[in-house]
Design a binder for this molecule. Structure first.
Ligand code: CU
Length: 68
């Protein structure tokens, strides 16, 4: 299992946090998702080989947030 932390820009409330969680959790290979509004980041634990950070970034971007 691996863990990656991505900074996420554009989240302004707990609804945004939920939206980000909602797009990450269904990705195959994702074990756990923690999103922090205050720290503007998402921490994802995942199984390498099943999922990768590029997928997470595009899922977050598709949801309307920025991943610098
Ligand atoms: Cu919001």
């Amino acid at each position: 299992m691996e863990t990656v932390t991505l900074s996420v820009k554009g989240m302004s409330c707990m609804g945004c946090v939920k939206s980000v969680k909602r797009v990450l959790e269904p990705i195959a290979g994702v074990e756990a998702v923690d999103v922090s509004l205050e720290e503007a980041r998402a921490t994802i634990r995942y199984e390498p080989g099943k999922a990768n950070p590029e997928q997470f970034k595009s899922a977050i971007r598709d949801a309307g947030y920025e991943v610098p």
